[in-house]
Design a protein around this ligand. Structure first.
Ligand code: FA5
Ligand code: MG
Length: 421
């Protein structure tokens, strides 16, 4: 059931998203607020921090082919099935992803384009994409963010593997002289095995190359900003992870300003993926990182909504090619309002958050459930949500917030069938 649909010239059974026209059905849950984001390309603005970071990573990997993905609308098959996600994977849930219809959704990760990228036959590639996940509302979560995937493919020929072994030695030697402390807590075992299809010695070489390559990237991105020295090196931690399309799989964390930050996921690509792409007799590693998470710490951007700000005081602060510290141009006061309602069927917090985004746009800073109880007589459930409102750009008047809150209450009634208390 689509909400607040697109243009009036489009028949109501059709949906326009990022230049394409799609059939809607009972599964449709993409909202207007999200469709608008899909039309906005932050990466095309050279002085946008995401674009600066994206370029910086590209310049660190000069011989990697830059692949530009097409529309953010992809098939469920391509986003999940083809990559080996099981039928009951949580990411497939209606409450977790934005469906255009039962067969198509807004990609939830850049890896949706992995197979087509391998099909280009590039041996080294990078691909950056806007990705979409239904989520809560707070300073670090936004339903649209950007991921960069990258991969390197090796021939299984003895000569290429010998070259790889030598390259690994050179890389390891170079990293050993840098101000980086690598805490490798990962391990190969039944939980995180080499693949049946792989010679373990070859897979080990590929995994080692993956680790050296990404340690080098972490040093490039964070070394300077962290003020890394011999005595106080940049700490990078490798832990085991699980992805349906890689094995072994890892997550990389960086210790920055007193905290461990999850930066990326990666691993040795499942042979079935390369087979499907028609890449025979090859072995590959791949990674996927989140640009916003990295940009927020490198540029000191306190709220993820700022990336979408149209305020010239935001964009004018940044220079292509330069990582600079964002200076907050305002901290306008925040206001909160509660909304309480009776529900007669289960309501997911992400449904409430999407309606808040429809009613309030980026003025909603934070949404939290603050109360829930069951009425002893009627056994109806009551929920109360507290919504914090704040503009990044100006002061909000009480009248404006009340109008948003009225609109919100109306939408909660019409979309979710709740009864406002
Ligand atoms: C993935 O999306 C995999 N496609 C990554 C991958 C690619 C693994 C290739 C192996 C090979 P994950 O959901 O963990 O994995 O997200 C990857 C990165 O995206 C995270 O490490 C984080 O940096 C970023 N990310 C994930 N969720 C969010 C979010 N809600 N907001 C901002 N960044 C996020
Ligand atoms: Mg993760």
């Amino acid at each position: 059931r689509a909400r607040g649909l697109a243009s009036s010239s489009t028949p109501s059974s059709q949906l326009r998203v990022a230049g394409g026209t799609y059939r809607q059905d009972a599964f449709t849950n993409v909202t207007n607020a999200i469709i608008q984001k899909a039309e906005t390309s932050l990466l095309s603005k050279p002085s946008h921090p995401l674009s600066i970071l994206n370029s910086l990573i590209h310049s660190h990997f000069p011989d990697y082919k830059a692949i530009t993905p097409s529309s953010p609308v992809v098939s469920v098959f391509k986003n999940f099935d083809e990559l080996g996600f099981p039928p009951d994977h949580p990411g497939r849930r209606h409450t977790d992803s934005y469906y255009v219809n039962k067969e198509q959704l807004l990609r939830t990760h850049a890896s949706a384009h992995q197979i087509e990228s391998f099909q280009t036959d590039a041996k080294k590639w990078l691909l950056t994409a806007d990705v979409y996940r239904r989520d809560e509302i707070d300073a670090s979560h936004y339903p649209v963010f950007h991921q960069m995937d990258g991969a390197r493919v090796f021939d299984k020929s003895p000569s290429e593997l010998r070259a790889l072994e030598e390259e690994n030695e050179v890389m390891a030697h170079r990293l050993a002289q840098e101000n980086i402390l690598i805490e490798d807590e990962s391990s190969i075992g039944p939980q995180n095995p080499y693949q049946q299809a792989h010679d373990p010695a070859q897979a080990a070489l590929v995994a080692a190359n993956l680790k050296h390559t990404l340690n080098g990237l972490m040093l490039k991105l964070f070394g300077g900003a962290a003020g890394a020295t011999k005595e106080n090196p940049l700490r990078v931690r490798w832990i085991d992870a699980y992805f349906p399309f890689t094995s072994p799989s890892y997550e990389v964390e960086v210790f920055f300003r007193g905290k461990w930050l999850e930066i990326l996921g990666c691993g040795v690509v499942n042979q079935a993926i390369l087979d499907r792409a028609g890449v025979k007799e090859r072995i590959s590693w791949a990674f996927g990182l989140g640009l916003e998470r990295i940009a927020m710490v490198l540029f000191s951007i306190p709220d993820i909504r700022l990336f979408w700000s149209q305020d010239p005081r935001f964009l004018s602060q940044f220079t292509p090619g330069v990582i600079s510290t964002f200076k907050e141009f305002s901290k306008f006061p925040s206001n909160w309002k509660d909304v309480s309602f009776w529900i007669s069927r289960d309501v997911h917090e992400n449904d409430v958050c999407d309606i808040v985004r429809e009613a309030a746009g980026d003025l909603a800073e934070d949404v939290k459930e603050i109360d829930r109880f069951v009425h002893p007589q009627t056994s109806k459930t009551s929920l109360c949500y507290r919504i914090h409102y704040r503009s990044m750009e100006r002061s909000l008047s009480n009248a404006e917030i009340s109008a948003i809150q009225d609109r919100l209450e109306g939408m909660l009634v019409s979309e979710l069938g709740v009864e406002i208390r």
